[in-house]
Design a protein around this ligand. Structure first.
Ligand code: PMP
Length: 384
């Protein structure tokens, strides 16, 4: 069988088991999406603060742009001729906001997670990673030469035991976690993680705040801001593609780590830097993040209402955030429920294995600050 025939066979098998993925045919209109001719409220977006659909904000940004400042490409890696001053301006702004020595910007969260871990670890490194960390972190671990052990999701007792047993056997240990987990919406205990990492001199902590940056914390800096431990986290990473309504990612860290990454991180060195116009938009949003406090409060409020209602209806809902999974169990039941919600004008999507463990298929609501409380109440009435 040729390679192409093998691909065809595999695709056919995926189709037969209802697991074939296709790119959805969507039209975006403000908060709504139109799919198969039907208009629905988008309940599956990562635009947590509702900034991506905020026309006024875009208009304000466009007022500042000129043909000279609208630079659609960097034409090069930052290490060659692609290092425009706007990158450094964004990095300085981030370092000042977080109160860290330094910051470094990347093309995406995927670049960050697949690039940082291989750069900073070696065969004498042990990575202890939460069982539910994102695919980009898993790929980063795979690309590294480090040894890796996964601990049960948020089981910090097990992590403590693993640290005690292993820390002396390695040059360094890196604990890897997300703050808000992307499928369950629950949150790692960052204070406890900091306590654990402090027990041994050779332990470092890596936290991915992709889903928290912008939408959590008094200034919108994430869960580490809420927990008051920003500077205790050695690798504090976040993305701009979610609440910050842009693209790209960052690390805030010590100056030495930044300098090391500039020299060793392949996904920074060997790629064309993001377009300066994109960085200018990110900077525009980042400077305003603290001012979106009302949106964060509203988002928290509607998320609480939905979570409480799901639990009252008997659903398992591990979430403590605006990522609100409604765990149904069987994939076929989950698809039926998602279709029912879509018929009522709510665009909520089913998530099935292998993305989530077998038997935990779910509808994953991902709420944004522009959703009104009455819309959540209407949604709750429809859920059975
Ligand atoms: N980390 C986590 C936890 C994520 O959920 C995602 C994206 N879904 C990423 C990293 C990747 O970020 P980006 O989309 O900026 O590549």
């Amino acid at each position: 069988m040729s390679i192409i025939e093998q691909m065809q066979q595999e695709l056919q098998e995926l189709k037969e088991s209802s697991n074939l993925r296709t790119l959805p045919d969507l039209i975006h209109e403000g908060r709504d999406v139109i799919a198969n001719g039907q208009r629905m409220l988008n309940l599956s977006s990562n635009d947590y603060l509702g900034l991506a659909t905020d026309r006024t904000l875009r208009e304000e940004f466009l007022k500042e742009l000129t043909a000279d400042s609208f630079l659609p490409t960097s034409s090069s890696s930052r290490l060659l001729t692609g290092n425009f001053t706007i990158y450094e301006e964004l990095e300085q702004t981030l370092a000042e906001l977080f109160g860290t020595e330094a910051a470094l910007v990347f093309n995406s969260g995927y670049h960050a997670n697949t690039g940082i871990l291989p750069a900073v670890s070696d065969a004498q490194t042990l990575i202890l990673a939460d069982k539910l960390v994102h695919a980009s972190l898993i790929d980063g671990i795979r690309l590294s030469t480090a040894k890796c052990i996964r601990y049960r999701h948020n089981d910090l007792k097990q992590l403590e035991r693993l640290l005690a047993e292993n820390h002396a056997l390695y040059r360094q240990v890196i604990i890897v976690t997300e703050s808000i987990f992307s499928m369950d919406g629950d949150i790692a205990d960052l204070k406890e993680l900091v306590r654990l990492k402090r027990m041994y001199e050779n332990v470092l902590l890596y936290v991915d705040e992709a889903h928290a940056f912008g939408a959590r914390g008094e200034q919108g800096l994430g869960c580490a801001e809420e927990a008051g431990c920003i500077r205790e986290i050695d690798f504090l990473v976040g993305t701009f593609g979610k609440a910050a309504a842009s693209a790209g990612a960052y690390i805030v860290c010590r100056r030495t780590i930044r300098e090391y990454l500039v020299n060793r991180m392949r996904t920074l060195i060997f790629t064309t830097a993001l377009p300066p116009v994109n960085i200018a938009w990110t900077l525009f949003v980042v400077r305003r993040l603290a001012g979106f406090r009302e949106r964060r409060i509203h988002l928290k409020n509607i998320s609480n209402i939905l979570r409480r209602a799901l639990k009252e209806k008997g659903y398992t809902c591990p979430s403590d955030s605006y990522i609100v999974p409604m765990i149904v169990g069987k994939s076929s039941d989950t698809i039926l429920k998602a279709e029912e919600l879509q018929r009522h004008g709510f665009y909520a999507l089913p998530v099935r294995p292998p993305t989530v463990p077998e038997g935990t298929s779910r509808i994953r609501f991902s709420l944004t600050a522009e959703i009104r409380e009455e819309e959540i109440r209407k949604l709750i009435k429809i859920i059975i």
